[in-house]
Write a protein that binds this ligand. Structure first.
Ligand SMILES: Cc1cc2nc3c(=O)[nH]c(=O)nc-3n(C[C@H](O)[C@H](O)[C@H](O)COP(=O)(O)O)c2cc1C
Length: 168
Protein backbone atom coordinates (compact mmCIF):
# COMPACT_ATOMS: atom_id res chain seq x y z
CA UNK A 1 0.00 0.00 0.00
CA UNK A 2 1.19 3.50 -0.84
CA UNK A 3 1.99 6.19 1.68
CA UNK A 4 -0.02 9.43 1.43
CA UNK A 5 0.78 13.07 2.04
CA UNK A 6 -2.12 15.24 3.24
CA UNK A 7 -1.57 18.99 3.46
CA UNK A 8 -3.43 22.28 3.76
CA UNK A 9 -2.02 25.54 2.44
CA UNK A 10 -3.46 29.05 2.23
CA UNK A 11 -0.74 30.91 0.35
CA UNK A 12 1.12 28.03 -1.26
CA UNK A 13 4.16 27.53 0.96
CA UNK A 14 3.01 24.25 2.50
CA UNK A 15 1.86 23.01 -0.90
CA UNK A 16 5.30 23.67 -2.29
CA UNK A 17 6.95 21.84 0.64
CA UNK A 18 4.54 18.90 0.26
CA UNK A 19 5.57 18.60 -3.39
CA UNK A 20 9.25 18.70 -2.47
CA UNK A 21 8.71 15.90 0.07
CA UNK A 22 6.81 13.95 -2.59
CA UNK A 23 9.65 14.32 -5.07
CA UNK A 24 12.35 13.54 -2.52
CA UNK A 25 10.65 10.32 -1.39
CA UNK A 26 10.07 9.01 -4.89
CA UNK A 27 7.20 10.88 -6.51
CA UNK A 28 3.67 9.79 -7.32
CA UNK A 29 4.82 6.24 -8.07
CA UNK A 30 5.50 5.87 -4.36
CA UNK A 31 3.20 8.35 -2.62
CA UNK A 32 -0.28 9.72 -3.09
CA UNK A 33 -0.74 13.41 -2.33
CA UNK A 34 -3.89 15.26 -1.29
CA UNK A 35 -4.75 18.88 -0.65
CA UNK A 36 -7.19 18.67 2.26
CA UNK A 37 -9.26 21.52 0.74
CA UNK A 38 -10.37 19.19 -2.05
CA UNK A 39 -10.29 15.79 -0.31
CA UNK A 40 -12.54 14.18 2.25
CA UNK A 41 -10.59 13.82 5.49
CA UNK A 42 -11.92 10.24 5.80
CA UNK A 43 -9.54 9.38 2.94
CA UNK A 44 -6.84 9.26 5.63
CA UNK A 45 -8.39 5.99 6.87
CA UNK A 46 -7.33 4.24 3.67
CA UNK A 47 -3.61 4.59 4.48
CA UNK A 48 -1.39 3.00 7.10
CA UNK A 49 1.49 5.41 6.57
CA UNK A 50 0.95 9.12 6.37
CA UNK A 51 2.77 12.43 6.13
CA UNK A 52 0.58 15.30 7.34
CA UNK A 53 1.38 19.01 7.09
CA UNK A 54 -0.14 22.33 8.07
CA UNK A 55 1.03 25.91 8.35
CA UNK A 56 -0.05 27.85 11.44
CA UNK A 57 -2.48 30.72 10.92
CA UNK A 58 -4.34 33.17 13.15
CA UNK A 59 -2.73 33.07 16.55
CA UNK A 60 -1.32 29.57 16.82
CA UNK A 61 -4.27 28.10 14.91
CA UNK A 62 -4.79 25.52 12.19
CA UNK A 63 -4.82 26.50 8.54
CA UNK A 64 -8.43 27.08 7.41
CA UNK A 65 -8.92 23.86 5.46
CA UNK A 66 -7.65 21.75 8.36
CA UNK A 67 -9.86 23.79 10.67
CA UNK A 68 -12.89 22.86 8.55
CA UNK A 69 -12.27 19.12 8.89
CA UNK A 70 -10.82 19.07 12.41
CA UNK A 71 -13.94 17.68 14.13
CA UNK A 72 -14.09 14.86 11.58
CA UNK A 73 -10.38 14.21 12.01
CA UNK A 74 -11.08 13.51 15.67
CA UNK A 75 -13.28 10.58 14.61
CA UNK A 76 -10.59 8.83 12.60
CA UNK A 77 -8.97 5.80 14.20
CA UNK A 78 -5.19 6.06 13.88
CA UNK A 79 -4.40 2.78 15.65
CA UNK A 80 -1.80 0.88 13.61
CA UNK A 81 -0.94 3.95 11.54
CA UNK A 82 2.49 5.57 11.33
CA UNK A 83 2.41 9.35 10.92
CA UNK A 84 5.12 11.92 10.24
CA UNK A 85 4.17 15.58 10.68
CA UNK A 86 5.50 18.77 9.15
CA UNK A 87 4.61 22.33 10.00
CA UNK A 88 5.28 25.79 8.62
CA UNK A 89 5.33 28.97 10.65
CA UNK A 90 6.89 32.36 11.17
CA UNK A 91 9.12 32.39 14.26
CA UNK A 92 9.79 36.13 14.01
CA UNK A 93 6.24 37.48 13.81
CA UNK A 94 4.76 34.75 16.01
CA UNK A 95 7.59 33.87 18.42
CA UNK A 96 5.22 32.59 21.11
CA UNK A 97 2.84 30.68 18.82
CA UNK A 98 5.38 29.14 16.46
CA UNK A 99 3.98 26.04 14.73
CA UNK A 100 0.88 25.83 16.92
CA UNK A 101 -1.00 24.01 14.18
CA UNK A 102 1.49 21.15 14.08
CA UNK A 103 0.87 20.64 17.78
CA UNK A 104 -2.94 20.68 17.32
CA UNK A 105 -2.67 17.95 14.68
CA UNK A 106 -0.16 16.01 16.77
CA UNK A 107 -2.38 16.00 19.84
CA UNK A 108 -5.40 14.57 18.04
CA UNK A 109 -3.53 12.10 15.86
CA UNK A 110 -1.48 10.75 18.75
CA UNK A 111 -4.49 10.48 21.04
CA UNK A 112 -6.24 8.42 18.35
CA UNK A 113 -3.47 5.84 18.48
CA UNK A 114 -0.92 6.77 15.81
CA UNK A 115 2.75 6.00 16.06
CA UNK A 116 4.36 9.41 15.47
CA UNK A 117 7.75 9.51 13.79
CA UNK A 118 9.92 12.29 12.38
CA UNK A 119 10.69 14.33 15.46
CA UNK A 120 13.06 17.14 14.57
CA UNK A 121 15.78 18.97 16.56
CA UNK A 122 14.69 22.39 17.84
CA UNK A 123 18.18 23.85 17.51
CA UNK A 124 18.73 26.47 14.80
CA UNK A 125 15.45 28.32 15.44
CA UNK A 126 14.99 31.51 17.51
CA UNK A 127 11.32 31.45 18.61
CA UNK A 128 10.39 31.93 22.29
CA UNK A 129 7.79 29.24 22.61
CA UNK A 130 6.17 26.49 20.61
CA UNK A 131 3.60 23.97 21.76
CA UNK A 132 4.95 21.78 18.96
CA UNK A 133 8.22 21.51 20.86
CA UNK A 134 8.82 18.75 23.37
CA UNK A 135 12.13 19.35 25.15
CA UNK A 136 14.81 19.83 22.54
CA UNK A 137 12.72 18.42 19.71
CA UNK A 138 9.75 19.44 17.61
CA UNK A 139 7.06 16.81 17.10
CA UNK A 140 7.70 17.01 13.37
CA UNK A 141 9.67 18.85 10.71
CA UNK A 142 9.71 22.60 11.46
CA UNK A 143 10.01 25.02 8.54
CA UNK A 144 9.99 28.80 8.38
CA UNK A 145 9.63 30.01 4.82
CA UNK A 146 9.29 33.62 6.01
CA UNK A 147 12.68 33.88 7.73
CA UNK A 148 14.77 30.80 6.98
CA UNK A 149 13.69 29.76 3.50
CA UNK A 150 17.29 29.17 2.48
CA UNK A 151 17.47 26.39 5.07
CA UNK A 152 14.29 24.61 4.02
CA UNK A 153 15.62 22.43 1.21
CA UNK A 154 18.37 21.04 3.44
CA UNK A 155 15.94 20.45 6.29
CA UNK A 156 13.50 18.69 3.97
CA UNK A 157 16.24 16.48 2.54
CA UNK A 158 17.55 15.49 5.97
CA UNK A 159 14.08 14.82 7.35
CA UNK A 160 13.08 12.69 4.37
CA UNK A 161 16.18 10.55 4.86
CA UNK A 162 15.33 10.29 8.56
CA UNK A 163 11.76 9.03 7.97
CA UNK A 164 12.30 7.10 4.73
CA UNK A 165 12.77 3.64 6.19
CA UNK A 166 9.76 3.90 8.48
CA UNK A 167 7.32 5.68 6.18
CA UNK A 168 7.77 3.90 2.85
C1 LIG B 1 -2.21 36.39 9.37
C2 LIG B 1 -1.13 35.37 9.63
C3 LIG B 1 -1.11 34.67 10.81
C4 LIG B 1 -0.08 33.75 11.10
N1 LIG B 1 -0.04 33.12 12.32
C5 LIG B 1 1.03 32.34 12.63
C6 LIG B 1 1.17 31.77 13.94
O1 LIG B 1 0.34 31.96 14.84
N2 LIG B 1 2.25 30.98 14.16
C7 LIG B 1 3.21 30.71 13.21
O2 LIG B 1 4.16 29.99 13.50
N3 LIG B 1 3.09 31.24 11.96
C8 LIG B 1 2.05 32.04 11.65
N4 LIG B 1 1.93 32.59 10.39
C9 LIG B 1 2.95 32.28 9.36
C10 LIG B 1 2.49 31.22 8.34
O3 LIG B 1 2.31 29.96 8.96
C11 LIG B 1 3.56 31.08 7.25
O4 LIG B 1 3.63 32.25 6.51
C12 LIG B 1 3.36 29.87 6.32
O5 LIG B 1 4.52 29.71 5.52
C13 LIG B 1 2.13 29.98 5.44
O6 LIG B 1 1.95 28.77 4.77
P1 LIG B 1 0.93 28.56 3.55
O7 LIG B 1 1.45 29.44 2.41
O8 LIG B 1 1.03 27.13 3.19
O9 LIG B 1 -0.44 28.96 3.98
C14 LIG B 1 0.92 33.51 10.12
C15 LIG B 1 0.87 34.20 8.90
C16 LIG B 1 -0.11 35.14 8.66
C17 LIG B 1 -0.09 35.90 7.36
Amino acid sequence: MKTAIFYGSSTGNTESVAKKILKKLGGVEVLDIYDISSTKVEKISEYEKLIIGSPTWGDGDLQDDWESVFEKLKNIDFAGKTVALFGLGDQEEYPDKFLGAMWLLYEVIKSKGAKIIGEWPASGYYHNNSKAQDGDQFVGLALDEDNQSEMSDGRIDDWCEQIRSEIL
